[in-house]
Design a protein around this ligand. Structure first.
Ligand code: AVJ
Length: 325
């Protein structure tokens, strides 16, 4: 089994420091806000898994169908050995059809899951070593908004995949910075594969963020459980209502938690008391929906030439392939 390299760009302490900074800054701001990534502890990831099985949440099923049906087309671009990197890989399930297509074409030289959770990266590497015995495997434990310069580079062409629609959680400026940093980390001929949720009937989108079973609501409230566990806060999550609004002007879902009564929350580890008026909201994340042309022009502006875009049968999710030029 080829030697596996693991690049640790972010240590547990950094994550803790980042958490404390995000929470202090977010909950002392007007409006209050908390980054969506804080939702994903073990319970949050399990809730998200449950969400992807809800009838209203089309994103995961739709993107999975595109990758299953179009993996061979994706692997048909370019020639020679390819090193695949998956940003925010998690369990590296989303990318598997693409890895299999490159392996079948005899072109899969290496695969690198890139994720903030070290345990997840280690588990995935152990799992994939059996599935891909002849493929060079490596892992990057890092934050894809800060550590793109750590992308592996052994001279082979690279395909950087960013799936699952997380690309939509960036604000406009964050998306611009991400694409610029990614372009700088790549060479001409390297490729970028990104999954993006497309603009559609707002009722369909709103339903995906307000599922009847209330899983999104519980997922959204989970960030309060995380603060209770990690920072000794005394939030009562049940006293916060889940809110997901559609802003047609910016094609964005805006998620919030609304205080259902006046309360003061103590965050012991930050020695901080946070007061909420009834109806006051915490902004807990956005999810931007894209028009194909608009996303392709953003890719061009960042130095990528759009090569292809595949969608599912409903046209709900788009998988875009672009080449660094
Ligand atoms: C996994 C980030 C793509 O924005 O649709 C789902 C997360 N938040 N419901 C999304 C999420 C609320 C999801 N992403």
């Amino acid at each position: 089994m080829p030697h596996q390299e693991l690049r640790i760009c972010i240590a547990e302490d950094d994550l803790d420091a980042a958490l404390r900074l995000d929470v202090r800054r977010g909950l002392t701001s007007r409006p209050k806000h908390l980054p969506m990534r804080l939702h994903y502890d073990g319970r949050g990831s399990a809730l998200f898994g449950e969400l992807t099985r809800q009838p209203e949440y089309y994103q995961t099923r739709s993107e999975r169908a595109v990758l299953r049906d179009r993996a061979a087309d994706i692997a048909a671009f370019g020639t020679g050995p390819v090193a695949v990197v998956e940003l925010g890989a998690g369990r590296a399930e989303k990318i598997r059809p693409v890895l299999d297509a490159f392996a079948a074409a005899g072109r899969l030289e290496a695969f690198w899951p890139f994720d903030v959770a070290e345990g997840e990266v280690r588990d995935v590497l152990a799992e994939l070593a059996a599935a891909y015995p002849d493929v060079r495997l490596g892992g990057i434990v890092g934050d894809f908004t800060r550590h793109l310069s750590q992308l592996p580079d052994n001279g082979s062409a690279r395909l950087v995949a960013f799936l699952g629609g997380t690309f939509g959680n960036f604000t406009g400026p964050e998306r611009g910075r991400f694409l610029q940093d990614l372009r700088e980390a790549l060479r001409p001929g390297d490729r970028f594969l990104v999954g993006a949720d497309l603009v559609k009937d707002p009722e369909v989108i709103l339903a995906a963020y307000n599922d009847a079973a209330g899983v999104t609501a519980e997922f959204n409230r989970n960030v309060l459980h995380v603060l209770n566990l990690r920072l000794g806060a005394d939030f009562a999550p049940a006293h916060f209502e889940h809110v997901a609004l559609w802003d047609g002007g910016t094609d964005t879902i805006d998620m919030r938690l609304r205080a259902m009564k006046p309360m003061t929350v103590r965050i012991a580890d930050l020695d901080l008391d946070v007061s909420f008026a009834v109806g006051e909201e915490i902004r807990t994340g956005i999810s931007v929906k894209f028009h194909r042309g608009e996303l392709e022009s953003q890719l061009r502006a960042a130095g990528f030439a759009p090569a292809a875009c595949w969608t599912d049968a409903h046209g709900y999710m788009g998988v875009f392939l672009a080449e660094a030029v």
